[in-house]
Design a protein around this ligand. Structure first.
Ligand code: DX5
Ligand code: ZN
Length: 216
Protein backbone atom coordinates (compact mmCIF):
# COMPACT_ATOMS: atom_id res chain seq x y z
CA UNK A 1 0.00 0.00 0.00
CA UNK A 2 1.33 3.37 -1.02
CA UNK A 3 0.91 6.33 1.31
CA UNK A 4 -0.14 9.60 -0.33
CA UNK A 5 1.14 12.76 1.34
CA UNK A 6 -0.33 15.88 -0.30
CA UNK A 7 1.95 18.88 0.09
CA UNK A 8 0.27 21.88 1.69
CA UNK A 9 2.55 24.15 -0.34
CA UNK A 10 0.15 23.94 -3.28
CA UNK A 11 -3.01 24.46 -1.20
CA UNK A 12 -5.02 27.70 -1.11
CA UNK A 13 -3.28 29.52 1.76
CA UNK A 14 -6.38 31.61 2.47
CA UNK A 15 -8.38 28.45 3.36
CA UNK A 16 -5.92 26.02 4.88
CA UNK A 17 -8.25 24.36 7.37
CA UNK A 18 -10.76 23.51 4.61
CA UNK A 19 -8.00 22.39 2.26
CA UNK A 20 -6.67 19.93 4.82
CA UNK A 21 -10.19 18.61 5.54
CA UNK A 22 -10.71 18.14 1.79
CA UNK A 23 -7.68 15.87 1.31
CA UNK A 24 -8.54 13.96 4.49
CA UNK A 25 -11.99 13.24 3.05
CA UNK A 26 -10.33 12.49 -0.27
CA UNK A 27 -8.37 9.56 1.13
CA UNK A 28 -4.91 10.94 1.90
CA UNK A 29 -3.08 9.31 4.80
CA UNK A 30 -0.51 12.02 5.49
CA UNK A 31 -0.15 15.79 5.22
CA UNK A 32 3.26 16.97 4.01
CA UNK A 33 4.28 20.35 5.42
CA UNK A 34 7.13 22.12 3.61
CA UNK A 35 9.06 24.46 5.89
CA UNK A 36 11.42 26.82 4.02
CA UNK A 37 13.66 29.50 5.48
CA UNK A 38 14.89 31.55 2.51
CA UNK A 39 18.46 30.34 3.18
CA UNK A 40 18.65 26.59 2.60
CA UNK A 41 16.19 27.12 -0.25
CA UNK A 42 15.26 30.37 -2.04
CA UNK A 43 11.65 30.35 -0.84
CA UNK A 44 10.01 31.10 2.54
CA UNK A 45 6.87 29.31 3.74
CA UNK A 46 5.76 28.86 7.36
CA UNK A 47 6.91 27.76 10.79
CA UNK A 48 5.70 25.75 13.77
CA UNK A 49 2.81 28.16 14.41
CA UNK A 50 1.00 26.85 11.36
CA UNK A 51 1.56 23.22 12.33
CA UNK A 52 0.11 24.01 15.76
CA UNK A 53 -2.89 25.84 14.30
CA UNK A 54 -3.81 22.95 11.99
CA UNK A 55 -3.15 20.13 14.46
CA UNK A 56 -6.53 20.19 16.27
CA UNK A 57 -8.38 20.16 12.95
CA UNK A 58 -6.90 17.01 11.42
CA UNK A 59 -6.19 13.38 12.21
CA UNK A 60 -3.72 13.08 9.34
CA UNK A 61 -0.13 12.09 10.03
CA UNK A 62 1.84 15.36 9.94
CA UNK A 63 5.03 14.88 7.92
CA UNK A 64 7.19 17.99 8.41
CA UNK A 65 9.87 18.50 5.75
CA UNK A 66 12.41 20.99 7.06
CA UNK A 67 14.24 22.82 4.27
CA UNK A 68 16.05 25.06 6.72
CA UNK A 69 19.56 25.70 7.97
CA UNK A 70 20.35 24.81 11.58
CA UNK A 71 17.34 22.50 11.96
CA UNK A 72 18.33 21.56 15.53
CA UNK A 73 17.20 24.97 16.74
CA UNK A 74 13.59 24.26 15.76
CA UNK A 75 13.08 20.52 16.25
CA UNK A 76 11.61 20.76 19.74
CA UNK A 77 9.15 23.44 18.70
CA UNK A 78 7.94 21.52 15.65
CA UNK A 79 7.53 18.37 17.75
CA UNK A 80 5.55 20.24 20.40
CA UNK A 81 3.42 21.83 17.69
CA UNK A 82 2.18 18.43 16.51
CA UNK A 83 4.61 17.00 13.96
CA UNK A 84 4.43 13.18 13.76
CA UNK A 85 7.59 12.94 11.66
CA UNK A 86 10.39 15.46 11.19
CA UNK A 87 12.60 15.18 8.10
CA UNK A 88 15.88 17.08 7.87
CA UNK A 89 18.18 17.49 4.91
CA UNK A 90 21.57 15.77 5.15
CA UNK A 91 22.96 18.86 3.39
CA UNK A 92 21.67 21.22 6.11
CA UNK A 93 23.27 19.75 9.21
CA UNK A 94 26.91 18.91 9.93
CA UNK A 95 26.12 16.54 12.82
CA UNK A 96 23.38 14.49 11.20
CA UNK A 97 23.53 11.74 13.81
CA UNK A 98 23.02 14.25 16.62
CA UNK A 99 20.14 15.89 14.75
CA UNK A 100 18.40 12.52 14.32
CA UNK A 101 18.86 11.76 18.03
CA UNK A 102 17.35 15.16 18.84
CA UNK A 103 14.27 14.34 16.77
CA UNK A 104 13.85 10.93 18.40
CA UNK A 105 14.24 12.40 21.88
CA UNK A 106 11.15 14.44 21.14
CA UNK A 107 9.20 11.21 20.62
CA UNK A 108 8.51 11.76 16.92
CA UNK A 109 9.61 9.78 13.88
CA UNK A 110 12.81 10.83 12.11
CA UNK A 111 13.70 11.04 8.43
CA UNK A 112 16.55 12.29 6.27
CA UNK A 113 16.11 13.98 2.90
CA UNK A 114 18.66 14.05 0.08
CA UNK A 115 18.73 16.58 -2.75
CA UNK A 116 18.86 15.11 -6.27
CA UNK A 117 22.65 15.47 -6.56
CA UNK A 118 23.50 14.17 -3.07
CA UNK A 119 24.96 10.68 -2.94
CA UNK A 120 23.30 7.85 -1.01
CA UNK A 121 26.67 7.48 0.71
CA UNK A 122 25.48 10.22 3.09
CA UNK A 123 23.06 7.61 4.52
CA UNK A 124 25.41 4.68 4.98
CA UNK A 125 26.02 5.12 8.72
CA UNK A 126 22.69 6.68 9.72
CA UNK A 127 20.22 4.47 7.84
CA UNK A 128 19.59 2.05 10.76
CA UNK A 129 18.40 5.02 12.85
CA UNK A 130 15.83 6.26 10.34
CA UNK A 131 12.08 5.79 10.04
CA UNK A 132 12.12 7.25 6.52
CA UNK A 133 14.40 8.36 3.70
CA UNK A 134 13.18 11.15 1.42
CA UNK A 135 14.72 11.25 -2.03
CA UNK A 136 14.03 14.60 -3.68
CA UNK A 137 12.98 14.37 -7.31
CA UNK A 138 13.23 18.15 -7.81
CA UNK A 139 15.62 20.71 -6.38
CA UNK A 140 13.75 21.85 -3.27
CA UNK A 141 12.17 25.27 -3.00
CA UNK A 142 9.04 25.32 -5.13
CA UNK A 143 5.99 23.29 -6.06
CA UNK A 144 5.09 22.47 -9.63
CA UNK A 145 8.57 21.65 -10.92
CA UNK A 146 9.43 18.95 -13.44
CA UNK A 147 10.27 15.46 -12.15
CA UNK A 148 14.00 14.61 -12.20
CA UNK A 149 14.31 10.86 -12.91
CA UNK A 150 15.25 9.13 -9.71
CA UNK A 151 14.51 5.47 -10.34
CA UNK A 152 18.15 4.32 -10.29
CA UNK A 153 18.76 6.09 -6.98
CA UNK A 154 15.63 4.45 -5.54
CA UNK A 155 16.78 1.01 -6.65
CA UNK A 156 20.21 1.60 -5.16
CA UNK A 157 18.63 2.77 -1.89
CA UNK A 158 16.53 -0.41 -1.76
CA UNK A 159 19.66 -2.49 -2.27
CA UNK A 160 21.45 -0.53 0.47
CA UNK A 161 18.55 -1.14 2.87
CA UNK A 162 18.62 -4.86 2.10
CA UNK A 163 22.38 -5.02 2.59
CA UNK A 164 22.06 -3.31 5.99
CA UNK A 165 18.97 -5.32 6.96
CA UNK A 166 16.76 -2.27 7.51
CA UNK A 167 13.37 -1.27 6.17
CA UNK A 168 12.68 2.48 6.42
CA UNK A 169 9.82 4.10 4.52
CA UNK A 170 11.01 5.47 1.19
CA UNK A 171 9.47 8.78 0.17
CA UNK A 172 9.75 10.70 -3.10
CA UNK A 173 9.01 14.42 -3.33
CA UNK A 174 8.75 16.61 -6.42
CA UNK A 175 7.01 16.36 -9.77
CA UNK A 176 4.88 13.36 -8.77
CA UNK A 177 1.88 12.96 -11.09
CA UNK A 178 -0.22 10.02 -12.28
CA UNK A 179 2.45 9.60 -15.00
CA UNK A 180 5.53 9.60 -12.74
CA UNK A 181 3.98 7.85 -9.71
CA UNK A 182 4.10 4.31 -11.19
CA UNK A 183 7.79 4.76 -12.07
CA UNK A 184 8.83 5.63 -8.52
CA UNK A 185 6.56 3.00 -6.97
CA UNK A 186 8.03 0.31 -9.23
CA UNK A 187 11.51 1.47 -8.19
CA UNK A 188 10.73 1.09 -4.48
CA UNK A 189 9.01 4.25 -3.18
CA UNK A 190 6.12 3.73 -0.75
CA UNK A 191 5.32 7.31 0.30
CA UNK A 192 4.48 9.81 -2.45
CA UNK A 193 4.43 13.54 -1.85
CA UNK A 194 2.27 15.42 -4.32
CA UNK A 195 1.56 19.13 -4.24
CA UNK A 196 0.21 20.42 -7.53
CA UNK A 197 -1.06 16.96 -8.59
CA UNK A 198 -3.48 17.03 -5.62
CA UNK A 199 -4.13 20.61 -4.49
CA UNK A 200 -3.93 21.88 -8.06
CA UNK A 201 -6.93 19.74 -9.02
CA UNK A 202 -10.54 20.59 -8.17
CA UNK A 203 -11.47 17.01 -7.20
CA UNK A 204 -8.93 15.94 -4.60
CA UNK A 205 -10.41 12.47 -4.14
CA UNK A 206 -10.00 11.75 -7.85
CA UNK A 207 -6.51 13.27 -7.84
CA UNK A 208 -5.39 11.07 -4.93
CA UNK A 209 -6.96 7.99 -6.52
CA UNK A 210 -5.18 8.75 -9.81
CA UNK A 211 -1.80 8.64 -8.04
CA UNK A 212 -2.57 5.15 -6.76
CA UNK A 213 -4.39 3.91 -9.87
CA UNK A 214 -1.68 1.71 -11.35
CA UNK A 215 -0.55 0.36 -7.95
CA UNK A 216 -3.09 -0.44 -5.28
C1 DX5 B 1 9.59 21.19 -2.98
C2 DX5 B 1 8.74 20.63 -1.87
C3 DX5 B 1 7.66 19.75 -2.33
C4 DX5 B 1 6.65 20.40 -3.22
C5 DX5 B 1 6.19 19.38 -4.22
O1 DX5 B 1 10.65 21.85 -2.45
O2 DX5 B 1 9.54 19.89 -0.96
O3 DX5 B 1 7.02 19.06 -1.25
O4 DX5 B 1 5.54 20.92 -2.54
O5 DX5 B 1 5.35 19.98 -5.14
P1 DX5 B 1 4.96 19.26 -6.51
O6 DX5 B 1 4.30 17.95 -6.13
O7 DX5 B 1 4.02 20.22 -7.14
O8 DX5 B 1 6.23 19.03 -7.26
ZN1 ZN C 1 8.52 18.58 0.54
Amino acid sequence: MVIIAPSLLSADFSRLQEEVADIERGGAEWLHLDVMDGHFVPNITFGPGLVKALRPHSKLFFDVHLMIEQPDKYIEEFAKSGADMIVVHAEATVHLHRTIQNIKQQGVKAGVALNPATSLAALEYILPELDMVLLMSVNPGFGGQKYIPIERKLQELKAMCERLGVNPLIQVDGGITPETAPKVIDAGANVLVAGSAVFGKPDRQAAIAALRSKNV
